[in-house]
Write a protein that binds this ligand. Structure first.
Ligand code: MRU
Length: 393
């Protein structure tokens, strides 16, 4: 089936009313204001990614693709194509989706005559957006089935991989929304924001939660705040928009809740998954994985194919973005007139370290959930789901 390339309105990205450009939700203004901003030029897209007006691994890949399409409308020469791809690739280093999208466009555009590039780039950027939305919907279906099997202890075999699923017993997990016992919600913990705000649509880690909610399974989400950028507050906002029950927690409360048996599963997204199954995701993910392992809580990672980096052998090779120290020295908030304002909590000269991501070793990951199904976090698991990608390395 040919890829869909038509402009379409998605949850986090839509065509601009006039001309060949797109609009994104400005995530720096959420959860207080829902404002769409236009990306009319390459530099608008680069600025939006670097300043996190748009964020989340799959979404910044799609926005980078639109950025390169906008660049081609400005100057479609060979030199401009190479320079614009490099400029966009430099905006954020950890999420491989960015490089993946730009590589895909460059491979398409370089062989074309410059006069044909703007049109082709525009169509390919929309193809990437449509694919991301479809892949995230598929992650939702696979993830929902896996979470239910895991928690109910029903067990079974995951079709694509042939792997056994359902490792906990009903006695451990309680009864989730069954007719024979008083339903209690499935308590799922997540970190950062891996919902429809972080993708073109549906989300990665949140997609199975939305799917369960839509299917009538009672769910409740523990949302960790995710200092210093507080992406958890974006998660809370989008769950509220869709009517999913949640509770925001301080990042450091996660271990206690797991110890108390209040967490049935943890599910997070990813910014890059190495060939061996190691996972780079928002800083703090690793600590949640350690706590989950200590308390026997399953720990899932959900991501589409654009997040898989088969050329990266292990997590130690993943570049970790170091962001500005002022993200820690200042706390964002609102002033008395409800305008955006920051409060300084540390003098400017105080030394801080601000790694934006960490790496969770594959051994701590119960399973990866992708658009193709569920697999172990390992070379063999990924190769079984993506034989064409694994063998290409
Ligand atoms: O720095 P951010 O907000 O772009 O980081 C986002 C994350 O780490 C997400 O958890 C990850 O990209 C998965 S998004 C579907």
């Amino acid at each position: 089936m040919p890829a869909t390339t038509a402009p379409a309105t998605f949850s986090s990205l839509r065509p601009a009313p006039a001309g060949r450009s797109v609009e994104i939700l400005d995530q720096t203004r959420l959860p207080f204001a829902k404002a769409w901003i236009p990306l009319a030029r390459r530099d608008d897209a680069a600025h939006a990614i670097a300043t996190m007006q748009t964020r989340g691994a799959p979404l910044i890949g799609a926005v980078a693709a639109f950025g390169l399409a906008l660049a081609m409308a400005e100057d479609a020469s060979d030199a401009a194509l190479t320079a614009s791809a490099a400029l966009l690739a430099a905006t954020r280093p950890t999420a491989v989706n960015l490089a993946w999208a730009l590589d895909r466009l460059e491979a398409l555009l370089h062989p074309l005559p410059p006069a044909a590039r703007a049109e082709a780039a525009w169509a390919e950027a929309w193809a990437i957006a449509h694919e991301d939305a479809a892949q995230c919907a598929a992650i939702g279906a696979h993830g929902a089935a896996r979470l239910l099997a895991e928690i109910s202890g029903i067990g079974g075999i995951d079709a694509p991989s042939g792997n056994p699923i359902g490792t906990r017993t009903l006695a451990q997990a309680g009864s989730v929304g069954t007719a024979t016992a008083a339903p209690r919600p499935l308590n799922i913990m997540t970190h950062c924001n891996a919902g429809w705000l972080a993708t073109v649509d549906h989300g990665t880690a949140l997609a199975p939660i939305y799917r369960l909610h839509a299917d009538g399974v009672p769910v409740h989400v523990w949302v960790s705040e995710t200092r210093p950028r507080n992406q958890g507050l974006l998660t809370a906002w989008e769950l509220a928009e869709r009517g999913v029950p949640y509770t925001v927690i301080a990042d450091n409360a996660a271990g206690l809740l797991m110890m108390q048996g209040q967490v049935d599963a943890v599910i997070v997204g990813a910014d890059r998954i190495a060939a061996n199954g190691d996972v780079a995701n928002k800083v703090g993910t690793y600590l949640k994985a350690l706590a989950a392992r200590a308390h026997g809580v399953p720990f899932f990672v959900a991501a589409p194919v654009s997040t898989l980096d088969f050329a990266c052998p292990a997590g130690s090779a993943i570049p970790i973005e170091e962001r500005a120290g002022d993200e820690l020295r200042q706390v964002p908030g609102r002033d008395a007139a409800d305008r955006p304002a920051t409060v300084r909590q540390l003098p400017a000269e105080r030394p801080v370290a601000n790694p934006a991501f960490d790496v969770t070793p594959a051994a701590l990951v119960t399973a990866l959930i992708t658009e193709r199904g569920v697999c172990p976090a390992s070379d063999a698991g990924l190769a079984a789901l993506y034989p064409e990608r694994a063998s290409a390395q």
